[in-house]
Design a protein around this ligand. Sequence first.
Ligand SMILES: C[S@@+](CC[C@H](N)C(=O)[O-])C[C@H]1O[C@@H](n2cnc3c(N)ncnc32)[C@H](O)[C@@H]1O
Length: 214
Amino acid sequence: MKPGNKPDPFTAKAHKEGYLARSVYKLEEIDRRIRLTRPGLRVLDLGAAPGSWTQYLANKVGARGHVVALDLNPLRFAAPKHVHAQEIDILACPVSDIARLGPFDAVVSDMAPHTSGVRDSDVFRSVELVERAIVIADASLKKGGTFVAKIFQGEGFDATRAMLRTRYETVRVLKPEASRKESIEIYLVGLSRREDPPPLDPAAAPPAPAGAPG
Ligand SMILES: C[S@@+](CC[C@H](N)C(=O)[O-])C[C@H]1O[C@@H](n2cnc3c(N)ncnc32)[C@H](O)[C@@H]1O
């Protein structure tokens, strides 16, 4: 912490309550607002490491439920038996391999790219991750299920929200209190998945900014 900076209350709370990251309070607020979790649910947690969302979800769904936690990196806690954790690149792994681990009642994604500081490029990579999460949810989420994904605001946000509107009865945009005001992140929520999602339209995706990987 820089001298003069106030300690972040969410970081202090996470430390006190045994959570691995302050991000858990974003999920907690989303859960409070949309009633995402309950005992017995099966949840897919994309971009799960170090693991605060997984800790929270595992506790909320309980031993009768199941959490599949996927990330490039390992979880940093000893997960209980009803958590299946796997290290994978979600952009590279075939969607069918992930769908095989379902079906799920909820798909949540806190995935974020390594930020480069070049806003257009960071936004492009974030949108790419959300689109992948949407396709994974198309293949693995039960009808009536819930989708939550972090996205960086910018080019592609409106098109991504429009994609969700074709797939979910209700789409909401939430900025939890624990999300820093200066951060461009926001959460897209799809409530009640419709029966047959239309195929993802590649033409709807924004063009890659100069310098972004192809
Ligand atoms: C903000 S962190 C998630 C924090 C987590 N929700 C928690 O509460 O501990 C974003 C995560 O997205 C993951 N991620 C980014 N791109 C990914 C990819 N292509 N495949 C899998 N995970 C990815 C990163 O490895 C990182 O752990």
